[in-house]
Design a protein. Structure first.
Length: 261
C-alpha cells in the first residue's frame, strides 16, 4: 500500500467515489476495471484502494446486501455520513458529485474502455467540452445511475443498445422536484416504452409486473399489440441497485396510467 492509499479520503474524493458507485454496475466495482484504474490515477490512489472504497460503499446499500451480495465491511464514518447525505438530497448530491468528477477528469485523457456508458457519454477528456449547468449535470447523473443499475438493458424488453435507452422518470419530472434525480424514481426503458410509460399506456403494478392500457384506438392496432400488449403481466427485470420505489410506482398507476384516469 502506498502512502497515498493511507491518507484519509477528502470530501471531494468521496464525492467522486460515491458518484462512480452510483454510475457503475455492481459487477464492475473491481480494480481491473479500466474505469476504476483511470479514476484511481486521477485521484492519486491505487486501483485497489478505489475498488475497496467502492465495495465499502456497497456494504451500505440495502439493495445490494439484502440480495446476499456483500461489499467489504470497512465503511468509515465519513462514508456513512455521505450515504445519508446522498439519500436525503439527491438533487444536491448529483450536482456535487458530477462537478467533482468533472473537476478531476477535464484535463485527463479519455478512458481506454467505457463500455458501461452510452456512446454519447464516453468522452472524459477536456477537449471542447462546454460548461455544464447544474441541471445538465444532474440529468447526466440520473441517466447514468439508472441505466447502469439495469446493466444498460430495457427492463421490459431486454433491449441492450444504449443509444436507444432512456432513463425514464416514474413520477414525472414536473410533479416532484425533490425526486427528479433520485435513481429509485427511474426505470431503464427503450425509447418507445419510455414514451408509452410517460403517456400512461403502460405502468408497473405492485408485483413489479407490466400493465398495459386498453384504452383508446391503440388497443386494436397490430403494432400496439406486438410492442406493448405482449408484455402484459410480465415482470420487469430488476436492477442491481436503486430498485424502483413502490410509492413512486403507485403514483404513476394513479396519476399517469390511462386506465386509472
Amino acid at each position: 500500500m502506498t502512502t497515498s492509499d493511507r491518507r484519509l479520503w477528502t470530501r471531494h474524493e468521496l464525492l467522486v467515489a460515491f458518484g462512480l458507485y452510483c454510475q457503475m454496475p455492481f459487477g464492475k466495482l473491481h480494480a481491473a476495471n479500466p474505469k476504476v484504474k483511470h479514476f484511481a490515477a486521477l485521484l492519486g490512489r491505487t486501483p485497489s484502494a478505489l475498488a475497496m472504497k467502492l465495495t465499502n460503499i456497497a456494504s451500505l446499500d440495502p439493495a445490494v446486501t439484502t440480495t446476499g451480495r456483500k461489499g467489504l465491511t470497512g465503511a468509515s464514518a465519513a462514508d456513512r455520513r455521505m450515504w445519508v447525505e446522498m439519500q436525503n438530497d439527491w438533487r444536491r448530491f448529483a450536482a456535487e458529485s458530477e462537478e467533482a468528477i468533472e473537476s478531476i477528469a477535464n484535463n485527463a485523457a479519455p478512458i481506454a474502455s467505457a463500455d458501461d456508458l452510452a456512446p454519447e457519454e464516453r468522452e472524459y477528456g477536456g477537449r471542447d467540452i462546454p460548461v455544464q449547468t447544474t441541471a445538465r449535470l444532474g440529468q447526466r447523473f440520473f441517466r447514468r445511475a439508472v441505466l447502469s443499475a439495469y446493466n444498460y438493458r430495457c427492463c421490459i424488453t431486454g433491449l441492450a443498445v444504449p443509444a436507444l435507452l432512456i432513463a425514464s422518470h416514474i413520477v414525472p419530472w414536473r410533479d416532484d422536484q425533490s425526486n427528479r434525480l433520485n435513481p429509485r424514481n427511474g426505470l431503464a426503458l427503450s425509447a418507445l416504452h419510455d414514451r408509452a410509460f410517460d403517456l400512461g399506456f403502460i405502468t408497473v403494478d405492485e408485483n413489479l409486473s407490466v400493465r398495459v392500457s386498453r384504452e383508446g384506438a391503440g388497443a386494436s392496432d397490430r403494432f400496439y399489440a406486438d410492442a406493448l400488449l405482449r408484455y402484459e403481466g410480465q415482470q420487469i427485470a430488476l436492477p442491481e441497485k436503486f430498485p424502483p420505489d413502490e410509492h413512486f410506482l403507485a403514483y404513476h398507476r394513479s396519476h399517469v396510467f390511462l386506465d386509472s384516469l
